[in-house]
Structure formats: C-alpha cells, structure tokens
Write a protein that binds this ligand. Structure first.
Ligand SMILES: Cc1cc2nc3c(=O)[nH]c(=O)nc-3n(C[C@H](O)[C@H](O)[C@H](O)COP(=O)(O)OP(=O)(O)OC[C@H]3O[C@@H](n4cnc5c(N)ncnc54)[C@H](O)[C@@H]3O)c2cc1C
Length: 251
C-alpha cells in the first residue's frame, strides 16, 4: 500500500489562465515540501472541503524553488463544490490536499503517444507532455470551451496538437468523432485518454473493440459524468474499471 500524505495548504495566488480555466497556486512550507517530496507531478490528488466532501484533481506542478503546489480547475460554474471553491478562491484561503506517495511514471516507454482529453484532462496531459523525453512524439487532441481557452503547451517531444471547441461539455462532445478521423501511425504507441464518462466509454470501445488494441497499449479513464456529482458517479466509474480488469484477466 502506498502511503498517503495530506496537509492544509494556503492559497498564494489565483489566476484565470483562460476564461474557463483557473490556476490556484498554493504556498508550501518547508514541512510540506518535505512531506510531498516523493509524489508524482501529474498524478491525481484529493481535495477536501469542510463538510467532508472530497473531489479528485491533478497535481499540475510542484515548484520546489518557489515553494508552490499548483492545481488547475475547470471553471464549470457554481454547481459543484470544487468549481465553486475555485471561482471564489482568494489568497489567504485554504484547502486540504492529499496524495499517494510514489513516483510511478505517468506513461510507459513507447515511440509515439496519443493523448486525448477534455478540459479536465488538460492538467494531466500538460504534465505528461512536460515529462515526455526528447526523441518521442505525440499526437494530442484537446477539447476546450473555445479558441480563447487554448493554452500554450510545451514538451521536449515532438507533438502535433489539435484543439476541439465545445461550448456545452455538460451536454455532449464530439471528441470521439475527431479521434476516429485521426491517422494512427503504425508504430509502437500508447493512448492516454481522460474525459467525460460517455466519451470515455465510446473511446474505449473504439480502441479495444473496433481496433483490437490490447489493454497494455491504452489507459482510457473517465474523469466526470454529465449531470452527476463526483460522489454520485465515482462508484459506477470504479465498478466499470473493475469489470474491465476482470474481463482482461479472463482473456
Ligand atoms: C483522476 C482525476 C483527475 C482529475 N483532474 C482534474 C483537474 O486537474 N482539473 C479539473 O478541473 N478536473 C479534474 N478532474 C475532474 C473533476 O474531478 C470533476 O470535474 C469533478 O466532478 C469536479 O467537482 P465539482 O465539485 O466541481 O462538481 P461535482 O459536484 O462533482 O458536479 C456538479 C455538476 O457539475 C458537472 N460537472 C463536473 N465537472 C464538469 C466539467 N468539467 N464541465 C462541466 N460540468 C461538469 C457534473 O456533471 C454535475 O452535474 C479529475 C478527475 C479525475 C478522476
């Protein structure tokens, strides 16, 4: 079992990186830097609210020089505690953040990566791109609200980036159609995709059932579900992952 680390962090700075994307930079004390010294940047965390509600986010970055931990929040309104918290966050405010220790790489070693995500996956895919080694390449498809939400991403790897716009992610998404139109290079490659539940279901069925990809060549994960809070959808999303692993182990 990996050890969990947890602490209460104070907001140092809040930035609207785009109209629908908020970066909160939390200050870190020397004790917190020590406590979080063995976590993976780009891995998921849990954020905790006073009423015991928790939500899952991505540790976008830890800056050991500036003593900061960054979390990027999709600003999808005040309909969920996490998004509402980020909308109102101010320097001096605080939030509980927990992570599992361990530096498990975010991706396996292959020549070519295909990274697909909606706005909730922008933090993890940005972190992945920053960690990809020179000499590899990636095709990236990212869905954001509009042109004004496109961010500059950087990597040592060579990457092609396609932005997809969707002003109503809570209603639908055409990420799957875009992915179906992609040329998939005939090399050793790995797909990472994270998005809304229905999109993920269709992406999984495309790669696994239609294209016949083996599970070691993809990680396709549901990050949220339309019309349901994380508390409502997480048990179902976990159960589907469990069933998939069972099916694989029976093959
Ligand atoms: C491993 C992992 C890592 C994640 N990392 C990030 C991250 O770094 N940044 C990030 O922004 N999200 C991330 N998410 C997604 C985030 O956990 C969900 O979007 C979560 O539901 C947000 O909580 P909330 O309190 O704002 O809304 P909830 O209370 O969970 O939901 C309230 C309502 O808002 C809707 N909703 C939730 N998310 C969205 C959305 N993005 N767009 C439109 N409607 C939405 C729900 O369907 C529901 O109707 C991650 C999820 C996982 C599983």
């Amino acid at each position: 079992m990996r050890k969990a680390v947890h602490s209460i962090f104070n907001v140092k700075e809040k930035l609207f990186l785009t109209p629908h994307y908020i970066r909160v930079k939390f200050g870190m004390t020397d004790e917190q830097l020590e406590l979080f010294s063995n976590v993976q940047i780009g891995a998921n965390n849990k954020i905790f609210f006073a009423d015991n509600t928790r939500r899952t986010y991505t540790t976008r970055h830890i800056d050991f020089v500036e003593k900061e931990l960054w979390i990027d929040f999709v600003a999808h309104g005040d309909n969920g505690p996490a998004s509402a918290w980020a909308n109102r966050a101010q320097p001096g405010g605080s939030l509980g953040i927990g992570m599992k220790e361990g530096r498990r790489p975010l991706f396996p070693e292959v020549d070519e990566y295909i990274l697909i995500g909606d706005s909730t996956a922008l933090p993890v895919i940005s972190a992945m791109l920053e960690q990809l080694p020179a000499g590899t390449s990636a095709k990236v498809v990212l869905e954001v609200h509009g042109k004004e939400d496109e961010l500059k991403l950087s990597s040592k790897a060579r990457f092609d980036l396609q932005w997809v716009h969707n002003t109503h992610p809570e209603q639908n998404s055409n990420l799957v159609e875009v992915v179906r139109g992609m040329d998939l290079p005939d090399k050793k490659q790995f797909v990472f995709a994270a998005a809304e539940y229905h999109t993920v279901k269709n992406l999984k069925s495309y790669f696994r059932d239609e294209l016949g990809w083996k599970s070691e060549n993809y990680s396709i994960v549901s990050y949220w579900k339309r019309g349901e809070s994380e508390d409502q959808s997480s048990a179902q999303r976990r159960e589907e992952r469990r069933e998939e692993h069972q099916e694989e182990s029976q093959v």
